[in-house]
Design a protein around this ligand. Structure first.
Ligand SMILES: Cc1cc2nc3c(=O)[nH]c(=O)nc-3n(C[C@H](O)[C@H](O)[C@H](O)COP(=O)(O)O)c2cc1C
Length: 284
């Protein structure tokens, strides 16, 4: 039997059997995510990476949500998801969540193959209080989640081939996740330039060195190129490479997810309508 033809293995319990569950039962989800059952040492599938069972057992015995987080009342959320995003981001920053601006950007290339990488969230602009200068594409909208990168690397090429993308933020200290789906647009040139110039000289020199995601030459060549870029940046503090781009993901959906102190998974998904937003609570 090949890896692909094996039935899916469930770590702590049997696959959900909807026919045998009462409507509304949370049995499977809560068992799977926060089980206190002893961990089985029965093989899952394939060889463990460590060559022995201990790493697999240790992974399977870890607590899904070791932190007891706060509550999230789905009944009192605001109408506009950007208001909730601002509250959550503010709470994450002020309560000391580590790298609350780190997020995973998922893209799809022209052949339909997904890719993903971590980036920094640079700004969130709402559709109530637009702040981005000018108006770029996207039916005149300027709202969304902003990030910056070189446009001539893999993610930039993928976004040209297919602008549909997703963002995932996970704040483990708060057991919170935010998922965003939408289309990515290039922001106005002046936003890209301001973003690049706000970076430290070291970060600017690093961005100017080599070609993002291409294989490295030898260490000596890397050192030489970096030194040359540092000298260039010192002499040209306003220079911005053409490929440096501020991107805006304009959401169609934003989902807020929280595990509560009662170990419930509370999810609220906002969907864009023609003129506003609607939201609904989701099953775990
Ligand atoms: C915490 C963290 C933050 C990052 N922030 C950025 C960023 O803001 N912009 C960027 O281009 N790459 C950033 N990177 C590097 C990317 O993950 C990735 O390696 C790079 O952008 C090349 O991606 P690509 O090959 O998919 O184009 C970051 C990596 C980490 C781990």
């Amino acid at each position: 039997m090949t890896e692909h033809s094996r039935p899916r293995q469930y770590p702590h319990s049997q696959p959900p059997d909807s026919a045998s569950r009462a409507p509304g039962s949370h049995e499977f989800a809560s068992d799977e995510s926060v089980s206190d059952e002893p961990v089985s040492d029965e093989p899952v599938s394939g060889e463990p990476v460590s060559g022995q069972q201990s790493l697999r057992l240790r992974l399977r015995s870890l607590d899904a949500f070791p932190i007891v987080p706060g509550d999230f009342d789905a009944a009192t959320v605001p109408k506009n998801p950007y208001d909730l995003m601002a509250t959550w981001l503010d709470g994450a920053i002020s309560s000391g969540v580590s790298q609350p601006h780190a997020m995973v950007l998922s893209t799809v290339d022209g052949d339909g193959r997904p890719d993903a990488r971590t980036l920094l969230l640079k700004d969130v602009t709402s559709d109530q209080r637009d702040r981005a200068p000018g108006s770029d594409s996207g039916a005149g909208r300027t709202d969304g989640f902003w990030f910056a990168s070189m446009s001539d690397g893999p993610k930039g090429e993928q976004l040209v081939e297919n602008p549909a993308a997703a963002l995932t933020l996970y704040w483990r200290e708060q057991a919170r996740q935010v998922r965003v789906r939408g289309q990515v647009f290039e922001g106005p040139r002046e936003v890209s330039e301001a973003d690049f110039r706000a970076r430290s000289p070291q970060a600017r020199a690093a961005a100017l060195t080599g070609e993002q995601s291409k294989p490295l030459p030898g260490a000596d060549a890397v050192r030489r190129q970096l030194a040359a870029a540092q000298e260039f940046v010192a002499g040209n503090p306003l220079f911005v490479p053409r490929a440096w781009t501020a991107y805006r993901l304009q959401p169609e959906e934003i989902e807020f997810w929280q595990t509560t102190a009662a170990r419930e998974q509370v999810r609220v998904r906002y969907s864009r309508t023609a003129s506003s937003w609607e939201h609904a609570s989701l099953w775990h």
